[in-house]
Design a protein. Structure first.
Length: 123
C-alpha cells in the first residue's frame, strides 16, 4: 500500500472514530492522556535515542524539552480536564433577551498538526 493510501485509510479510521461521539466523553479523554503518559514512561529511552539520532539532540535537552514537557502537559490536562470541559456561561445581548448562552469545549474533528521541526515529540 502506498504512503498516500495508508494516510487516507488512517484519516478515514480517525473520522469514523470521531463520528461515534466517543471522543467527547471525559472517560475517553482521560484514557488517552493516561495512555500517552504510560507510553512516554515506558519508551523514554527510545524517545531520547530517536531524538539524538534524528536531530543530534543531547539527552538532557531532549528529556527537558520533549519528555518532561509532554509528561507535564498530560499531568496538567488530567488534573484540569473536568474544569476545562465544563460549559461556561456567557452574557447575551439585550436584543436576544431572555436568552442564555454558553461555551462548550469539545472536539470538532480530525486535525492536522503542523509544528516546529526542532520539538517533534512534544508537539
Amino acid at each position: 500500500m502506498a504512503e498516500e493510501e495508508r494516510a487516507s485509510a488512517l484519516v478515514k479510521e480517525l473520522r469514523e472514530c470521531f463520528n461515534t461521539g466517543k471522543t467527547k466523553k471525559y472517560e475517553w479523554r482521560v484514557s488517552q492522556l493516561e495512555n500517552i503518559l504510560k507510553m512516554v514512561e515506558q519508551r523514554e529511552n527510545d524517545i531520547l535515542s530517536a531524538l539524538h539520532k534524528d536531530l543530534s539532540k543531547p539527552q538532557q535537552e531532549a528529556f527537558i524539552s520533549e519528555v518532561s514537557l509532554t509528561k507535564g502537559s498530560c499531568t496538567l490536562a488530567l488534573k484540569e480536564l473536568k474544569r476545562w470541559m465544563m460549559p461556561q456561561k456567557v452574557k447575551t445581548s439585550m436584543t436576544t433577551f431572555p436568552s442564555s448562552a454558553e461555551i462548550v469545549s469539545e472536539p470538532l474533528g480530525v486535525v492536522l498538526v503542523i509544528s516546529t521541526w526542532n520539538y517533534p515529540f512534544s508537539m
